[in-house]
Design a protein around this ligand. Structure first.
Ligand code: SF4
Length: 133
């Protein structure tokens, strides 16, 4: 073996659950969480006939919800917060009245802001009002 394959870790497994390009969008975190929840429901429904103990089925169901739905959503949320912090480093947008920090969104152009990407290129910048009181 040449040993070029990446090591098998918990993070590589969880990364495969996540759509990396979706971190800036809270809606996509919720969307993919609902998709995974629906898949767990279908899987639990199929397994229901094959698990003899009803309590075991519930245990399996809640473990599946935790591992397949909640844990990846939690990881995606953490990455989203990291993206928000990164986007706040875009000094132009961070001082603009159109910037929505929680969504990392330019409300004027309805585009997501990134640390190295200013959607308007600086032409739409409108400074935040300064409170001198
Ligand atoms: S108008 Fe321009 S500077 Fe202001 S938030 Fe949007 S992209 Fe950033």
């Amino acid at each position: 073996m040449c040993g070029t394959s990446p090591p098998f870790t918990l993070s590589t497994v969880t990364e495969s659950f996540l759509n990396i390009s979706s971190y800036p969008f809270v809606g996509s975190i919720i969307y993919w969480g609902l998709i995974r929840f629906a898949l767990v429901l279908v899987g639990a429904w199929i397994l229901y006939a094959y698990v003899p103990q009803y309590s075991d089925w519930w245990t399996l169901f809640f473990v599946s919800i935790s591992v397949v739905v909640i844990y990846p959503a939690q990881l995606a949320w953490r990455k989203h917060l990291a993206e928000v912090r990164q986007a706040a480093r875009n000094g132009l947008c961070a001082t603009c009245r159109y910037y929505l920090a929680d969504e990392t969104l330019c409300s004027k152009l309805d585009e997501h802001v990134q640390a190295e990407y200013t959607p308007c290129g600086g032409e739409g910048w409108d400074p935040l009002p300064i409170n001198l009181n």
